[in-house]
Design a protein around this ligand. Structure first.
Ligand SMILES: C[S@@+](CC[C@H](N)C(=O)[O-])C[C@H]1O[C@@H](n2cnc3c(N)ncnc32)[C@H](O)[C@@H]1O
Length: 403
């Protein structure tokens, strides 16, 4: 490896470690070994004068030559880098990649399926961790992405990785059973075919949309008796899955952008518990805790996405950076937001780990008994039941599901 690249990688590893996302030696070794720039031929970078647009940001396409030190610095920094715009593809943010690899707890010799090959960077990192005796199959729905990724992976020495062009919703039964299945794309649902292809002791790690596009808590899912169980284990925001799992986004990026570009009809100060969350945001620590209220909102009220509620004609958004709540439309939305926040406080401010999840084929979910603190989320193929197991939650504090 080039000495300059090795130096850039060392700084890059330090940055990921400082963010608290790199903990174990095998993951660190993989980051040291895989050269991210070798899996890229161009990237789209934000520029004031950029002629292209993606989710409201102006971008310019930068071809990548090996002698471009400025671009190399960007590639070895904690940034997600777009490589396609329409439809989109990218190499994900390195701290998120590291976090997901730590959560996967990969071991030598494991067999892994990835949905969302993108540049193949994550696949190469996983190949390093599972070693020569392990296998990686990675799928992308875009044929040109797969052509490029397969070629660049081979050139970088990862010719053992199987890169397939198809809809990842089907999985790949030919190489099953998998010890791990990871999706690196925001999933509107889970596929029961993934569950069928999972080894007995295996699990999936899915950025599963709760509340709409871009709000994808990392969800660990495994088979338990005759059902699928799950827990939230982290937070993420990915581009949305396409193909058979694609859904019309009720609260997509476009809706969020168009709402917040208008002048608010009213403004309010942050409630106290929101100020506390804002402190965490400012310190850039404990993202899981920072996301706890937004996750609660998304589960109990289908109008919620991140820290906003979307009504028929408007919305209300908590704007932490501006220390205020902005209302666009009817005042009742602000009142609803306030009462959601109050419910969350009364329940002891449940966080990610206070939820237990169950997944059933759509319309075949179990009944929720009176008094159980549980909410139902209907998806395209599955029904999710989210049960609040918080030690503070008590039966007599049951709140009505708003959905
Ligand atoms: C964030 S990128 C993946 C990043 C990648 N893991 C990496 O290391 O570079 C998401 C990818 O998911 C792909 N994708 C979207 N829907 C898909 C589907 N149904 N099946 C497989 N891939 C899909 C997109 O084409 C895109 O390339």
């Amino acid at each position: 490896m080039d000495r300059e690249i090795a130096k850039l990688i060392e700084n890059y590893i330090d940055e990921i470690k400082k963010a608290g996302m790199l903990e174990t030696k095998p993951v660190e070794r993989a980051f040291r070994k895989v050269e991210r720039h070798r899996l890229l031929e161009w990237v789209y970078l934000p520029e004031e004068e950029g002629g292209l647009e993606y989710t409201g940001t102006k971008l310019t396409k930068k071809k990548f030559g090996p002698q471009d030190p400025e671009l190399l610095k960007i590639i070895y920094s904690d940034q997600a880098l777009l490589t396609r715009l329409d439809p989109p593809s990218s190499t994900s943010q390195p701290t998120l990649v590291a976090n997901m690899l730590e959560l996967l707890a990969l071991e030598q010799g494991m067999n892994v399926l990835e949905i969302g090959a993108g540049t193949g960077y994550n696949a190469a990192l996983m190949q390093e961790i599972v070693g020569k005796t392990g296998s990686i199959t990675t799928i992308d729905i875009q044929e040109d992405v797969v052509e490029q990724t397969e070629r660049l992976l081979k050139a970088a020495g990862y010719d053992k990785i199987e890169v397939l062009a198809k809809d990842g919703a089907r999985g790949h039964p030919e190489n099953a059973p998998y010890d791990r299945i990871i999706a690196t794309v925001g999933c509107s649902d889970l596929s029961f075919r993934w569950a069928e292809q999972l080894a007995d002791e295996g699990f999936m790690l899915i950025p599963l949309q709760h509340g709409g596009e871009g709000m994808d808590p990392l969800t660990k899912i495994w088979r338990e008796d005759d059902k699928l169980s799950g827990r939230f284990v982290g937070v993420s925001g990915f581009m949305s899955i396409r193909g058979e799992m694609e859904v019309e986004q009720r609260t997509g990026f476009a809706k969020q952008r168009s709402l917040c570009s208008k002048e608010p009809t009213a403004e309010y100060p942050l409630f106290r518990s929101l100020e506390e969350l804002n402190e965490l945001r400012k310190k850039r620590c404990d993202w899981d805790k920072f996301s706890s209220l937004s996750l609660f909102m998304a589960i109990v009220d289908e109008r919620a996405c991140w820290y906003s509620l979307y009504g028929e004609k408007g919305g209300v958004a908590i704007k932490f950076k501006e220390d205020r709540i902005a209302l666009y439309g009817e005042e009742s939305l602000y009142q609803d937001l306030k009462s959601l926040c109050k419910h969350w406080e009364e329940m002891g401010k449940p966080g990610l780990s206070d939820w237990q999840l169950e997944f059933f084929p759509r319309n075949r979910a179990r009944e929720i008994p009176e008094g159980e603190m549980a909410w139902t989320i209907e998806r395209k193929f599955s029904t999710e039941i989210a049960v609040l197991k918080s030690r503070h939650a008590s039966r007599d504090r049951k709140i009505d599901p708003v959905q």
